[in-house]
Design a protein around this ligand. Sequence first.
Ligand SMILES: [Fe+2]
Length: 390
Amino acid sequence: MVEPFHLARLPIIHFGKRKRELLPDLIKRYGSEIILVTGKRSFVDSPEAEKLFRTFKTKSIRYHHVTVTGEPSPSLIDDTVKRFNDQPVAATVAIGGGSVVDAGKAISAMLYKDDSVRDYLEVVGNREHPGSKVPFIAVPTTSGTGSEATKNAVISQVGIGGFKRSLRHDNLVPDIAVVDPELTMNCPPDITASAGMDCFTQLVEAYLSEKSGIMTDSFATEGIMAVKRSLVRSCSYGDDIGARSDMSFAALMSGICLANAGLGAVHGIAGTMGGMFGIPHGIICGTLMAAANEVNVKALRSSSGNHSALTKYASLGKIFCEEDDKSDEWYIDAFLNRLNEMTIQLQLPGLGSYGLATEDITLICDTTDIKNNPVRLTPEDLAEIICRRM
Ligand SMILES: [Fe+2]
């Protein structure tokens, strides 16, 4: 029998090569005046941007350009909203990496409201977002967060008392996602690796989550197979459109999965650590992935319950290994070995190189809140995960 499930809303998705060319007509469905959010460089400096701006002119689309560096802060969102609160904006369009898409999502959610975005952030604020927003189109240029398919925007304030929290509402899922893998081809190898590992972590954590179900498992499995085929290759051969396409697809699947099944230990730690120390999200996820899964498996093997999670770990091993007729235990170990190999192959840096010190670990572990992990981990387990990747 198919177990009951719930799948939250999805954007209208246009996926594939040259789908970016649909963008002007998609914008025109909403009107002629938009806020365009991009990063400071890569896309803006590319011939693609020049072409797009020319088409905007031909189609009489007026755009107010906002650029974003790093993960969006509350003040970036509030200042941008103030700037445009008396303008008739028909839509917000974000073309860029995960931070750019999150910034665009938050701007579209806060436009024409007088409050600060802080008031609506989980834990930090005390108000629920009403779900009203300006139409939002997401166009990712990296394959990582899957923000083009999620209902949350991550807002960060770095430093003492810093946080990394979500603005979240079912209505904040982008209205349209234009996922064109050709737009990721200029992404440099180190960003391709860290973003790809973020997406891989999201797929695996959602697959193992206590909230996973038949739909999210199907999406996660397809995404993980694409990661197996193409994550390492897309870092070494950035102009391989097949590999880029696999990773764009995997990132999209990871967004759908995390929005519906939640995430696990790595993202719990990344939320705390990212807010306190400003270490890029993809680096934290990528570097902790192997260690966190080893600690998860150790905890699962020594506990009496939840053998379904170990069966799922064995299924992950089967995706990554060619061998037939091995035991579940063999496949689980093979999966963990493959994660360790990927950590080396992708040259994922240790956290010490980002200024994290051993004495910071206790505070991180004591303040980390982990939801949906397949097994309960203690602060000591979390410390072990981080210590292994200093
Ligand atoms: Fe993530």
